[in-house]
Design a protein around this ligand. Structure first.
Ligand code: HAM
Length: 419
């Protein structure tokens, strides 16, 4: 039998989980600072939640199957449709706006590369019920706060921002209507990975003429907000929205982390407004996170639309970045005391001491076997314990234990009540 995990998935040994917990604690603490409440949903969902026809990668990568009751189900590839499901369940009774976060494990049958696995944990933060870009600005503030907490700065990270309404405006100006918007967005998102002529052929298949195709593929060459304004006019709502977002970023004090980048479109169909992705400025890695505004997702599930925006932030790429920067912390296990009965006649007393220390909140490793003292010290050092408490016959006869402080090396005899 193979003892390695299924291809693309990870085992988390205690030392790996310590690091994951450290990362999640920063996700959770950042969420708390910005008043986001945690929620969760099952990893198994109905397949129909992900049936979208815009040609997204994510729907081709679905882990889907039929359960024993003949239901079509899937392991969630992302959290956003589940969140939408929750909001629809509460429709009407939820006092909006709300800010919710989660850290779900997500499953995608990906072609694997550095930073890309078949399961990952994804920190999601979403604001539900705020229509203005003040919501996006708050999400970006949370992101830059997180980055700073783990030791990264604007010298390391760039958050690229654009808005789906750039494409929408160009299509409107061309008189292109109907359901082609989402499909065009997904095709433009693929421009980085697929040769231009293949994308042009797919755009032709959507019955767009050469002029329209040229204008759409030229979006990548818009190099600044001023350039965008020259093309669409200063009155265009998308120009004003982007300007407002950058001005809010300046008020928060994180404008230097952001850059307008018209090539950011995002590979998911449901975005309607602001879109953003963050990248490491050092070695080339896939996006650290991605997000944006999706104001019409609920109506695609048959509900009433509520403005929503948020981001998904995976655990894989950020750890690669932190490794590159030497920012992975040394995380010792949280052991306070090792209690060691020199022989079995002292076991009952050792149990009592361990019990009292644990009752006072200290973490205690009570040695359970007849190991040699040397081996006990070696292990205590390795696990980063603070003290070894030795119960030896002579000291115990005097009502004392021997304590070694492992940080200073000091040894002393102490009454159990003074531990
Ligand atoms: P996404 O861009 O598909 O967006 O994924 C967001 C992030 O999840 C990526 O930037 C990356 O960090 C991580 N990620 C995705 N796939 C993998 C993978 N195979 N291996 C490792 N990490 C991965 C969404 O999922 C949207 N639902 C995010 C969102 C929330 N938008 C609004 N709210």
């Amino acid at each position: 039998m193979k003892i390695t995990p299924v291809k693309g998935t990870r085992d988390f040994f205690p030392e790996d989980l310590r690091l994951r917990n450290w990362l999640f604690s920063h996700f959770r603490e950042t969420a708390r600072l910005f008043n986001f409440e945690e929620y969760d949903t099952p990893v198994l969902e109905s397949e129909e939640l992900y049936v979208r026809k815009a040609g997204e990668e994510i729907t081709d990568q679905l882990y889907n199957f039929e359960d024993k009751g003949g239901r079509r189900v899937a392991l969630r590839p992302e959290m956003t449709p589940s969140l939408a499901r929750l909001i629809l369940q509460k429709s009407g009774s939820l006092a909006l706006p709300v800010r919710w976060f989660s850290i779900p494990q997500c499953w995608r049958y990906e072609r694997m590369s550095r930073g890309r696995k078949r399961e990952h944990y994804q920190w999601n933060m979403d604001i539900i019920g705020t229509a203005g870009v003040t919501a996006e600005a708050e999400l970006l503030a949370a992101l830059t706060t997180f980055f700073q907490r783990v030791g990264l700065s604007a010298d390391d990270i760039m958050i690229k921002i654009s808005n789906r309404k750039v494409i929408q405006t160009i299509l409107d100006n061309l008189g292109v209507t109907g359901d082609r918007f989402e499909k065009v967005c997904i095709l433009i998102d693929k421009l980085e990975k697929v040769p231009l002529d293949a994308i042009e052929n797919d755009l032709k298949a959507l019955e767009l003429d050469d002029d329209a195709i040229a204008q759409i593929t030229d979006i990548r060459n818009i190099s600044s907000l001023d350039d965008l304004e020259n093309r669409l006019g200063s009155e265009a709502p998308v120009v004003q929205e982007l300007r407002e977002l950058f001005s809010l970023a300046a008020s928060y004090g994180y404008a230097d982390w952001l850059a307008f980048d018209a090539s950011i479109v995002r590979g998911l169909a449901y975005y309607t407004g602001t879109v953003f992705e963050a990248f490491y400025k050092g070695v080339s890695l896939r996006a650290i996170l991605g997000g944006g505004r999706y104001d019409h997702l609920l109506s695609t599930f048959g509900g009433k639309d509520i403005p929503m925006c948020g981001f998904g932030f995976g655990d894989v790429v950020i750890l690669e970045v932190l490794k590159e920067k030497g920012l992975i912390p040394d995380l010792d296990s949280q052991l306070d005391d090792v209690v060691y009965p020199y022989d079995e006649s002292l076991r009952e007393s050792a149990i009592g001491i361990a019990r009292d220390l644990r009752a006072s909140g200290r973490s205690v490793d009570l040695i359970l076997d007849g190991r040699k003292l040397k081996a006990v010290f070696k292990q205590a050092d390795r696990t980063g314990a603070a003290r070894v408490i030795l119960l030896a016959p002579d000291e115990w006869a005097k009502g004392e234990v021997r304590v070694k402080n492992l940080a200073t090396g000091e040894e002393s005899n102490v009454k159990p009540s003074d531990l």
